[in-house]
Design a binder for this molecule. Structure first.
Ligand SMILES: [Ca+2]
Ligand SMILES: [Ca+2]
Length: 349
């Protein structure tokens, strides 16, 4: 084969690979769904669950809940996120010696009991869901989110502190410097924004929505798994949206077709029926950051100081594989907004 023919063959195979990739790209459940379509879908769900409180009570009063039981869904309002019930149980929080590159803040491993069942968002809160809230609550769209607009494609550094990733005068959840549709996770929202969101959800539903505690987050992210990732021992772009192998940029590879955020639910769910706990966007939790060695962050939310730095979990589209392990702990100021940082909600039962 001549060099020219060989180059053409390579080009054709690359084009074919791209075409196949785009055809088989997994898509989230909300792809191209308008708000009107969402309302229709919710009305159908609601029609089949007219007495959801009784259904929940019956579900909780039957045999001991376990990870083997299919997730039980709750969807309070068309505006609200879809939730699943997390079973009660006991798990080991933190990472084992097998996770060679782990940070010292993942130690010591310790047993945590989740004594009360609660509901948790099946997905990260989407941009569409946050937009509904923003309009309904007449929120100002805050800018100065940290993005890579000034150096597109360079990505933020592979830390949660983003020291050389710039404050963006245009950057906001409505414009995080990369393309998003309504089914992507909302980014550029602070912990304080997340608090306003759950307060609004609580108001419109009459139920108590909140952020997960840090222990609850790791419990539902593991969903019974004691391995470094919920699916096993090795990172794979077939199970999560994350970045390059080395610091610091987004990467599309395998079933992960996205350099930035992906539509929620584009990969498989864990045993509790949750999507994207690993990667896509970091997720705010309720707790102030603190070492496990002081007994902090191990059961109820640890909040010794209202102005503390809050914990973020799960890693994101820009992080390398180590950072999307369920044991990884990040922390950052509660008014910080970043294009790799969003959240997931919990609801008391
Ligand atoms: Ca990716
Ligand atoms: Ca996530």
């Amino acid at each position: 084969m001549t060099l020219r023919r060989a180059l053409i063959a390579v080009a054709i195979s690359l084009l074919a690979a791209c075409a196949v990739n785009s055809q088989v790209a997994p898509r989230g459940p909300y792809r191209n769904e308008t708000y009107e379509m969402r309302q229709t879908r919710w009305r159908a769900w609601r029609g089949a669950h007219r007495n959801i409180d009784a259904e929940i009570a019956a579900f909780l009063s039957t045999a001991e809940r376990s990870a083997e039981i299919a997730p039980f869904s709750i969807w309070d309002r068309a505006e609200a996120p879809e939730m699943v019930i997390a079973p009660t149980g006991t798990f080991t929080m933190g990472s084992s010696e097998a996770e060679m590159s782990r940070s010292t803040n993942e130690r010591p491993m310790h047993v945590v009991t989740i004594a009360h069942p609660f509901a948790v968002g099946r997905f990260e809160v989407t941009r569409g869901e946050f937009a509904i809230f923003s309009r309904a609550a007449n929120r100002v769209i805050e800018t100065n989110c940290v993005t890579d607009r000034a150096a597109p494609g360079s990505g933020p550094p592979n830390t949660v502190n983003a020291a050389n990733f710039g404050r963006d005068p245009q950057g906001s959840w409505a414009d995080p410097a990369f393309a998003q549709t309504d089914d992507h996770p909302v980014v550029c929202v602070s912990w304080n924004d997340a608090q306003a969101y759950v307060a609004w959800l609580s108001q419109i539903t009459g139920k108590h929505y909140r952020l997960l505690t840090e222990a609850e987050w790791e419990y539902v992210a593991r969903a019974g798994a004691a391995t470094p990732y919920w699916w096993g021992s090795s990172a794979t772009h077939d199970n999560a949206n994350y970045g390059a192998e080395t610091c610091c940029s987004g990467l599309a590879a395998g079933s992960d077709n996205w350099v930035n955020t992906s539509p929620v639910g584009s990969f498989g769910s864990n045993a509790f029926g949750l999507f994207d706990t690993s990667g896509n966007v970091w997720e705010w939790v309720q707790d102030c950051y603190g070492p496990y060695s002081e007994g902090r962050n191990t059961a109820a939310a640890s909040e010794p100081d209202a102005n503390c730095e809050r914990v973020i979990r799960g890693g994101s589209w820009v992080n390398y594989p180590l950072y999307i392990r369920p044991a990884v702990r990040g922390w950052i100021n509660s008014n910080f907004r970043d294009s790799y940082l969003g959240f997931r909600v919990a609801r008391d039962l």
